[in-house]
Design a protein around this ligand. Structure first.
Ligand code: G
Ligand code: G
Ligand code: MN
Ligand code: NA
Length: 252
């Protein structure tokens, strides 16, 4: 009860903030996009990462208003960055509950209209957990989003048990290769072989790929032949909007 009443208070007091992690082109490490990641500016504990509260949030009545705020705020911010950086794209993680309310297409459409962000500038991230158990209906919603021009990325790709089936059936436009294959413990030749296989599969299905969790120059070099884009601490940790604006202007 204390976490969820704390979350309600946080929402009412405007303590949620979006951080942005750079997504770069691996050939030259130029920033080409960002993933929006929620943080809670807790009055006593400081910046709280989502691991501590996302589950509770998702199960509460706040999930809908907060997720709509995330979409609106991320689109507003991305529209600004896209003016400075043509082709810029923002990644926004979806909650499973957003597919249950039945109006995701309207919510996304409204966020795009209000912000003036081109649909191509938005990429919604889903995981297998987001989809599980509701495949047919979610497929039709994803079809609708793709028709609008919005991108759909499969997050944490390669770790779930049903990955290949989902690749065949879901209208995704990009795979985000899970960081366990990129910077996981003991990551080596066998992981690179998996990334190679995923990227070939992706090419067959006409999908883009991005490598997550790139932490070292060596991992960057390993991923470069297989992935056009990458994300990870090497290029930047999730940061507040003003820091991201500065990074974008500095051209790094
Ligand atoms: O830095 P990181 O701790 O930001 O994120 C941890 C997890 O929380 C990730 O799995 C990420 O997908 C999830 N997450 C972060 N921000 C959001 C958000 O805005 N919406 C949703 N649905 N998930 C998020
Ligand atoms: O699950 P999802 O991929 O949406 O969430 C991204 C998560 O990965 C966030 O918690 C983010 O802080 C974290 N992250 C981003 N880059 C790196 C990285 O290079 N290494 C590690 N260990 N985590 C990362
Ligand atoms: Mn993600
Ligand atoms: Na991920």
């Amino acid at each position: 009860a204390s976490i969820s009443s704390g979350l309600r208070q946080a929402w009412e007091r405007g303590e949620f903030e979006l951080y942005y992690q750079p997504q770069v082109r691996l050939s030259d490490a130029a920033i080409v996009g960002a993933e929006a990641l929620i943080r809670w500016n807790h009055p006593q504990q400081g910046v709280v990462a989502p691991g501590a509260f996302l589950c509770t949030l998702e199960q509460s009545l706040l999930a809908i208003p907060v997720s709509e705020w995330i979409l609106g705020e991320a689109c507003r911010q991305a529209a600004e960055w896209r003016r400075a950086c043509p082709g810029f794209r923002i990644g926004v993680n979806l909650f499973a509950v957003q597919f249950k309310t039945g109006d995701l297409l309207d919510v996304v459409g409204l966020a795009l209209d209000r912000s003036g962000l081109a649909p191509e500038g938005l990429e919604l991230e889903i995981t297998e957990n987001t989809i599980l158990g509701n495949e047919a209906r979610i497929t039709s919603v994803l079809d609708g989003l793709r028709s609008m021009g919005v991108g759909i990325a499969f997050d944490d790709y390669g770790t779930g048990y049903a990955s290949l089936t989902m690749l065949k059936d879901f209208p995704v436009s990009r795979l985000k290769i899970d960081r366990s294959f990129v910077s996981g413990p003991g990551c080596g030749a066998r992981d690179v072989a998996i990334v190679d296989a995923i990227s070939r599969l992706a090419a067959t299905f006409d999908l883009e790929v991005i490598a997550e969790g790139i932490e070292t120059a060596e991992q960057h070099a390993l991923m470069r032949p297989f992935c056009a884009e990458g994300q990870g601490y090497l290029f930047g940790k999730p940061m507040p909007a003003d820091a991201f604006t500065a990074a974008l202007a500095a051209g790094d």
